[in-house]
Design a protein around this ligand. Structure first.
Ligand SMILES: *[C@@H]1O[C@H](CO)[C@@H](O)[C@H](O)[C@H]1NC(C)=O
Ligand SMILES: *[C@@H]1O[C@H](CO)[C@@H](O)[C@H](O)[C@H]1NC(C)=O
Length: 165
């Protein structure tokens, strides 16, 4: 991939990993690398998404590397509570296991205060999530925040907002 606008937009579709876990029995996603992309003014940046339903699906060994965010609503997000119109899943936890995801050298600006959001399943929590040299600010100048629910992992290098893993 090159840091080209059109390709970056293609990449968003490609790397919005999900929606996983709609079916009870489902193949997983693994060994995905996304590198050198720019997101500009989009709703989501690096997203992994699963339905809040029982499932055998998984997403693991995912590497996001050298990514620039410019005014992106959700630069880094794992959303395991996807349930459109609250139909057929309210109150259920996602069975999809998200693990071994690395975010390396991710810089730029978030359009919302929460720049890093790991909203994982209580039934199968995210683990081994790693943040390395991630620096995101809120609207260029304000400090951004990170939010974690049922997510574990580590941070190394300069990580801003400070990791909640
Ligand atoms: C994914 O990577 C792991 C570890 O390198 C390897 O064992 C596995 O075969 C790979 N799976 C696929 C589907 O490529
Ligand atoms: C955590 O994830 C990294 C990157 O995918 C992998 O190399 C490492 O082996 C994982 N660690 C554990 C304890 O599974």
């Amino acid at each position: 991939m090159t840091p080209n606008g059109a390709l970056a937009i293609f990449a968003i579709k490609l790397l919005s990993i999900g929606s996983l876990g709609k079916e009870l029995k489902e193949a997983g996603v693994q060994n995905v690398t996304v590198k050198t992309a720019t997101f500009r003014g989009t709703q989501n940046g690096l997203r992994i998404k699963s339905w809040g339903r029982p499932s055998s699906g998984f997403a693991r060994n995912i590497l996001f590397q050298h990514v620039v965010m410019i005014n992106v609503q959700n630069p880094i997000i794992i959303d395991q509570n996807y349930c459109p119109n609250n139909k057929n899943c309210p109150g259920q936890d996602s069975g999809v296991k998200v693990s071994d995801a690395t975010y390396q050298d991710i810089h730029g600006t978030s359009a919302t205060e929460v720049a890093v959001k790991f909203d994982c399943s209580s039934k199968s929590p995210c683990n081994n999530i790693s943040l390395q040299d991630v620096k995101l600010t809120y609207k260029n100048v304000l400090p951004a925040q990170a939010s974690c629910n049922h997510a574990a992992g580590s941070a190394s290098g300069l990580v801003q907002p400070s990791s909640c893993l």
